[in-house]
Design a protein around this ligand. Sequence first.
Ligand SMILES: *Cc1c(COP(=O)(O)O)cnc(C)c1O
Length: 645
Amino acid sequence: MTHSQSIPPLVPAATPQWSAQDSASLYGVGDWGADYFNVDDAGRLRVQVPGQEISVPIVDLVEAMQLRGLEMPVVLRIENLLDHRISEINTAFQRAIDSSGYNNHYRGVFPIKVNQQCHVIEEIADFGQRYHHGLEAGSKAELIIAMSQLRDYDSLIICNGYKDREFVELGLYARQIGIQCFFVLETRSELDIVIECSKRLGIDPLIGTRIRLASMVEGHWNEDSGDRSIFGLSTDSLISVIETLKQHEMLHCLQLLHCHLGSQIPNIRNIRSGVLEACRFYAGMVAEGAPMGFLDVGGGLAVDYQGLRSNETHSMNYGLDEYCINIIETLQESLDAEGIPHPVLVSESGRALVAYSSMLLFNVLDVRDHRPGQLPATLDDDAHDLIVNLHSVLDNVHVDNLQECYNDAIYYRDELREMFHRGMASLRERALAENYALGIFERVAALLPEARRVSPELSDLPVMLADIYYGNFSLFQSLPDIWAIDQLFPIMPIHRLDEKPERQAVIADITCDCDGKIDRFSYLGDTHSTLPLHPLVESSEYYLGVFLVGAYQETLGDLHNLFGDTTVVSVHIEPDGSFEFVREFHGDSIADVLSYVEYEPKNVLEQFRKVAERAVRDGRINVEERQNMLRAFRDSLNGYTYFER
Ligand SMILES: *Cc1c(COP(=O)(O)O)cnc(C)c1O
């Protein structure tokens, strides 16, 4: 993984005019946003429905939420974008099939684990029906979701993961109803359960095998592939599966081969070599007499979070069409050579299907900057010697003596701190010394871009001086991958983009945890430790958005500091540019999160009532005060866990 951290680029030099389009290029909207986002001349980020020439400013959606009592932070889903992704993936495979003369069709399945939220799955099942897009289940709970949601019998249900008797029986009932539900064997021992259950119930199963490929992939999830992968059958176990099926006269049930190289595969060459190896297994299974007919290439289609079009971990060096053509052509070339009929191609793209449709929106509650306080123009005659020295250093900062001034500032400031410890400098003198040091750092930092040589110490200065923007969200709840795996997501303001973002910032959440911060950002083609943002304006909100968060973030999140689920809003944009709030879910209340950790909110209230009642008896508060307190306590229990204005 690359952790390049360079000096924050100065936002293109102080041009008197800064246009909204300058912001669009700074934040890379056109690079990571596919065609789903753009910036208008009024400086608002708009979400755009491709092919329909309609778009809506995201701040308008925020305003509409406020009118409906939906508070920040909010996960906003744009249904049109999810629909568009489903269409894109299905039509791209269809184009590849048509252009190469591949002799079978494509069937997508969405892995439920990537976003299990009910309305996401309902939308995929509903809109996806026109493409027979199915679902992938990795547990009993997910199979239950899949069986209840799919109504189209041309769609597939693919069951991965370890399966017990109950799991297998559920899947067999799906078979009996007419659903094409495949059991993909992850281990040899699952086969005995499948055989036993299907004989007992008299239902023929559809069986697939997940194979362990030797092909390795780059990127973060490379452990899903290769010899040491914990998933899939070894070649020897595969032979044993085939033998056992033959013994039970069930080889006709073996119809699918499954491989999953890993998630977010940035390099197309890895995909091609993995699929090639899978084809060899497929051909081998056909030669063993299995009917086959389905080849499932798993997930792995990446999302270009950085918009770099490169093989960096959070990027990808290929496009959707290239992905589809590579897979289709590899299958075709390799199977034609053996005279094997083309299978139905199945893929399990999760990330690439849902990432775009969701964004996390939050307001900024406060900013802590490191700007020096007021510095006197001239010093009193009795000023402390060290302060006199600091004052003259500040006056002398020049592009040729940056390091020297920096060293002096630290030296004199620390000397004064030392005097303060020993009672030889006052509180006010210490404050003044700290201010001078900051003033010097600020001047040094401003001249760094002009300096010929910059020491590592000095190049860290802009980060040290960066503002801290406190965002009303919990990283652990809403963006767990930033914390867990250093994921990069596009982050930017959703308004004021016609103003130049003059501040350099890191973003802290409200969990009071030192890990609850964002200090790696991707823009202008590189990774930076700070993000250019606008100064807050008195009495008006400043909104930031984190984009492409539809995959994996929502259910991996945890209750750190008891910040609960955020409010979720699903919006559908209509052809006339108006919008409808199709779904809204209020986030967890404090009572909700307390009950998750086994408190009974009623008892909590009752205990507090007793405390308040005792205070009345002891004469510390009167009855009316008791009532007000209880009301506030009850309101808080029912309120949002996040900061409310
Ligand atoms: C997680 C997973 C997927 C989804 O992968 P994406 O990279 O999100 O498309 C698909 N198949 C299996 C077996 C998985 O475990």
